[in-house]
Structures are given as structure tokens and as C-alpha cells.
Ligand binder design. Sequence first.
Ligand SMILES: C[S@@+](CC[C@H](N)C(=O)[O-])C[C@H]1O[C@@H](n2cnc3c(N)ncnc32)[C@H](O)[C@@H]1O
Length: 193
Amino acid sequence: MKPAWYLTDASFDWLFPERIQQMSKRHWTPVGTAKSAAAFLASEEGGKILDIGSGVGKFTLIGAHYYPGSIFYGVEQRSELHHYALAAKEYTKTDNSAFIEGNFTQVNLADYDHFYFYNAFFENLDPGNSMDQQIDYSISLYRYYSRYLYRELDNRPAGTRLVTFHSLQDEVPSGYQLINASEDSLLKMWMKK
Ligand SMILES: C[S@@+](CC[C@H](N)C(=O)[O-])C[C@H]1O[C@@H](n2cnc3c(N)ncnc32)[C@H](O)[C@@H]1O
């Protein structure tokens, strides 16, 4: 019998077609990392947590499964990935999760309490390793998105939590204090002072 979908990377991947599974290692958060990030972000009952660039919903669904007292949202610009996230939410009956299709700049970040960010803008710096060639990439887009997110995070109230994974930290305002980090420093947990 296969392990439950939320237990391992392989069992989560099994929810998706093979082409999506092949992107998993490079593009989706590992289950253990998602659990650690969600534990930090799910700090209060009823908190709203947004994954900026949610892909097929791996962080969102894993977080929502392990922390049912919080509501996990994901915004994703690629329509196909958004579609797979919705299908996985239905299949896994993860009711405290929701997925929004679009660019994160179209979402009002003030509607959310805490944020997860797995270096969504990096594809603009390294288009050769991107998941597809369906959107335009540029260094100026990387700078625009990073500055936009920086400004938005800077405007959030004290106590706002942020988790970054593989980030160059261009989007992390100086008012955010590093609270914890993984041994390899790829996963960082921040809180606004
Ligand atoms: C590295 S993947 C992470 C996926 C997911 N957060 C996870 O941890 O499994 C980054 C995702 O961000 C999305 N993305 C990049 N720029 C975006 C933007 N400006 N608005 C919304 N999504 C974006 C990409 O399409 C990609 O699916």
C-alpha cells in the first residue's frame, strides 16, 4: 500500500501526472521543510498564511494538513499549475486551503497574516533552468518583483512571520529579524520587529 499523500515527497508526487512529478525535486518544497516552515507560520488560531508562487500547492497542502487551525493560501501565475493544485486540494479534501490564480502583485497582501516564499522570482535570473519557456524572464522583472514584495512586507505589522527557502534575501526588509534557520541556512524564519 502507498503511504498517505502527506508523508513523503514520493507519495505527494503521486497526486500528479509524470511530467509534474519530474519537476518536483527542483521546484517544490520537500515535505520535511514544508512541515518546519508551516510550524513557524501557524502561530495563532485562524491565521491566514500565503505561499507566494505556490506551484502545484505542495507547501500549502502539507501546511494545511498538519496545521488545521490555520488557513493556507497559495497564489500561482501558471494556470496549469494552479489547476493541478485545485485538483489536489479536492482529492485530498484539504478544506483549510485555497488557491488563487494570478500574479502575486494582483493579490492584496494585507489580507494575509504570514508568508512563505520559495524563491519564486529566481527563474528570472536563470531562465535556462526554468520549468518552461511560457513566460517572459528578465533581470529587471526579478528586481521589480523583489522590490514590490520588499515594500509590501515592510508595510506589514510587527509580529508578521515570513519563511524564506533558497532566497537571495532581496525581498526581506531590514525590519525582519532572523529567528531561526536550518543547518544549511537554506530555510530561514523571520519575524517583523
Ligand atoms: C520554486 S516554485 C515553488 C512552489 C511552491 N511554493 C512549493 O514550495 O512547492 C516557485 C513558483 O512561483 C511561481 N511564480 C513565479 N513568479 C510568480 C509571480 N510573480 N506571481 C505568482 N507566481 C509566481 C512559479 O510559477 C513557480 O510555480
